[in-house]
Design a protein. Structure first.
Length: 210
């Protein structure tokens, strides 16, 4: 039975969204086409009605996940200065929390896809690079209000990139040793948060595990 163009478009979106979630959880090479279609509630045979290859879907899913993150940070960049400062305080604490670290699928695609992207197709690498650039642009715009002092645009952008890179790196390291050495994993999160928020008085140890 033939389906309508509208249903075909909806199915396409379901596949891309399901793939973005599964790839964050298991990596691009840890999921097969059958798994992706099953997660979307569709049959394996229908895959090639939507994509020429798994690589094409991987690039689309990467682009979708990054676009969602970019949209979120660009919305923050439009907030009033006080609300931006509140956002960044919670952003750092949530990003570097035990709860986020222990999530099966880390929400931030920069963490979830970063290690995998260099081994994937050129199309995916380009999507990742373009999405990361756009995210850092938005992050730097939002970051200006968090500093509360006059500084050059280049200096602020450099500091924003350094802070985001520190958070991403800390989570990658903390997730990598969380099961083998949980004390070290906690230490990594705490040290990074303390460096980025010296007067915060907050520690991921205060959280219970999810």
């Amino acid at each position: 039975m033939r389906i309508s163009k509208r249903q075909a478009a909806e199915n396409h979106e379901r596949v891309v969204n399901s793939a973005a979630r599964l790839f964050r959880e298991k990596g691009f090479d840890g999921v097969c086409v059958a798994d992706l279609m099953r997660a979307a509630g569709l049959t394996h045979g229908g895959f090639y009605n939507h994509f020429a290859s798994k690589d094409e879907l991987s690039a689309a899913a990467c682009a979708r996940a990054l676009a969602q993150s970019v949209e979120a940070i660009e919305a923050v960049a439009e907030l009033e200065p006080d609300r931006k400062r509140d956002f960044f305080r919670e952003y750092r604490r949530n990003y570097l929390s035990r709860r986020s670290r222990d999530a099966t699928a880390f929400r931030c695609p920069m963490v979830a896809f970063g290690a995998d992207a260099p081994r994937q197709s050129e199309a995916l690498r380009r999507q990742y690079a373009a999405g990361l650039r756009r995210y850092l642009d938005g992050f730097a715009r939002a970051f200006r209000a968090d500093r509360g002092r006059r500084r050059g645009e280049a200096d602020l952008r450099a500091e924003a990139i350094a802070q985001f890179a520190a958070m991403v790196g800390a989570v990658v390291l903390a997730r990598g040793v969380a099961k083998a050495d949980p004390a070290l994993s906690d230490e990594i999160l705490e040290a990074t948060l303390a460096a980025l928020e010296p007067a915060g008085g907050y520690s991921p140890k205060s959280e219970g595990r999810p």
